[in-house]
Structure formats: C-alpha cells, structure tokens
Design a binder for this molecule. Structure first.
Ligand SMILES: Cc1cc2nc3c(=O)[nH]c(=O)nc-3n(C[C@H](O)[C@H](O)[C@H](O)COP(=O)(O)O)c2cc1C
Length: 257
C-alpha cells in the first residue's frame, strides 16, 4: 500500500516509513442532502449546554460516567500520548473533604483578596462566591489530571507533548458527552488546586487540570442568561494578509493576567 514516488507532486499516505499498520477510515455516514440539518441539530444541542451550579442528588449510574470518560479519551493528543487521568469520586466523605479544601481556597480567592480586582469584577455578574455546596450534592466528581510525563513499564520516563492542549480538548469532549447523556456539570477550578493531588493520592507527574461536579441539574435550576458571541465576533475569513495591520495587532500590550 501507498508506495512513495520521489517524483510525485504530492505526498502519498500512508508514508513508507509508517510502522503502525493502517485500517480503513470510516467517516460518519451523513447523507449529503441532510448535512445542513445535521449541522443545525449539532449546534442546537451544543448551544443548550450550560454550566450548572445547582444539582439534584439523584444518583447517576457509574456506567454513564465511564462511557463519558471513554468519549473524552477519544480526543486527539500530541503523539497520541493521551496524557490524562480521569479520577472518579463518589465516596461521600471524600467529596466532603474536597468541598472543605476547595472552599478554603475559594474563600481566599473571593474574600481574602487573592483574586485581582479585574477578575472579581468580571466574575461579579455570575454571582459566584466561595460556597461550593454542590461538591457534596452531586453523586460524582471527576477530577481530570494532566500527566506532565508518563512512566513506561520499565520505569523510564515517557515524554508527553502539548499536554495542556490535549487535556483541554479531552475535557471539552467530556463536557459534550455528559451533556448529550442528559447530565450536567460545571467546569470548576478552585485554584490553586494542588490539594486535589494530595487528597486523591496522585503522583507528582500529574497536575490537577479541572474538577467536574457531575449529576442531574436540580429541577428548579436557574443559570445566568448569558449571550454567546455571534459568528462574526469569533470568526474572520482571511484571504490575504496585510502585513502592516498585522504588525499593529502584534503590538497590542500584553493583556494576560
Ligand atoms: C477553564 C474554566 C474554568 C472555570 N472555572 C470556574 C470555576 O471555578 N467556578 C465556576 O463557577 N465556573 C467556572 N467556569 C465556568 C464559566 O464561568 C462558564 O463556562 C461561563 O460562565 C460560560 O457559561 P456556560 O458554561 O454556561 O456557557 C470555568 C470555565 C472554564 C472554561
């Protein structure tokens, strides 16, 4: 398969030096005529997802969580290292300990002056504060850890690549999978999150990335009436680059934290 001619004007796939056997790729079978409809349904479904901070204590079968984690783990990752660990917590005492430690950090963030004023101002409309009761209400918490590097079976270190990008994509897919199953979650970052590594007994090759409380939204759950940016605010089509304008854009002052 796929012999490579030196004179070929394009690269053939698979390249001759590829050592993993190949399998036929099967894209989803969406009829050409129905694609726009499918696209609209996908958008509707994704647009109906919201971050939830008010949960019911209704039990959620563990198998749903396992399936959502498998969905997340289909994410692309740098050199296919899949540098993530999904830690599942359902034990009430452990959830209580997580809540206590998260609230201690958040108290410092919100009321102890650790969050810079601009951050507090941006959070104010959302009405969030240091109280995190949902960490005990939810049937499950999943804490996603990024693996800074891996350990091979022989004990040597395996490099990981684009760890944050890979884990971020996996988390996005996890959120979407939960949503499609009718479950709700919150992307929660009670920073600094080092306490999670200690509480959950993870090795120092791993760093907590995001904490997801997971369950069913409370029947009377309200969410902030947020607007999402229009397509024109998030997308531009570039047909030719004006280098002078680009230079100006690059000169914007650094606005990171
Ligand atoms: C990386 C990240 C960290 C977040 N951390 C928190 C958090 O610690 N607490 C919280 O209440 N919401 C947190 N959020 C949720 C955002 O506030 C929420 O996604 C945003 O308001 C948009 O709302 P939506 O998710 O319903 O679209 C976080 C979101 C992201 C992406």
């Amino acid at each position: 398969m796929g012999g490579c001619l030196a004179s070929a004007p394009f690269a053939l796939y698979p390249p001759v030096h590829m050592s993993i056997p190949t399998v036929p790729y099967q894209p989803l079978d969406v009829p050409e005529s129905g694609r726009l409809e499918v696209a609209a349904v996908v958008l509707d479904e994704m647009n109906s997802r919201r971050s939830v901070r008010d949960f019911s204590d209704r039990p959620v079968p563990r198998e749903l969580l396992e399936t959502a984690i498998l969905c997340a783990s289909t994410a692309p990752s740098g050199a296919h290292m899949q540098p993530w660990t999904f830690v599942l917590v359902g034990d009430p005492e452990l959830k209580r300990q997580i809540r206590i430690a998260a609230e201690a950090e958040e108290l410092e963030n919100y009321d102890g002056g650790r969050l810079p004023p601009h951050w507090r101002e941006d959070l104010a409309p959302l009405g969030t504060d240091w109280h995190k009761p949902y960490l005990e209400t939810v049937p499950w918490i999943v804490v996603v850890f990024e693996q800074r590097f891996g350990i091979r079976p022989d004990g040597t270190k395996q490099h990981h690549y684009y760890v944050k990008e890979s884990v971020g994509i996996a988390c996005g897919m996890f959120i979407d999978a939960l949503h499609r199953m009718g479950l709700s979650t919150l992307t929660h970052t009670p920073s600094p999150m080092a306490f999670l590594r200690t509480l959950l007994g993870r090795p120092d090759s791993e760093r907590p990335f995001i904490l997801f409380p997971i369950g069913y939204a409370a029947p009377d759950c309200q969410v902030p009436a947020l607007e999402r940016k229009d397509l024109n605010d998030v997308m531009i089509e570039v047909v030719a680059v004006d280098l002078e304008t680009t230079a100006e854009v690059e000169n914007y002052p650094d606005s990171s934290n």
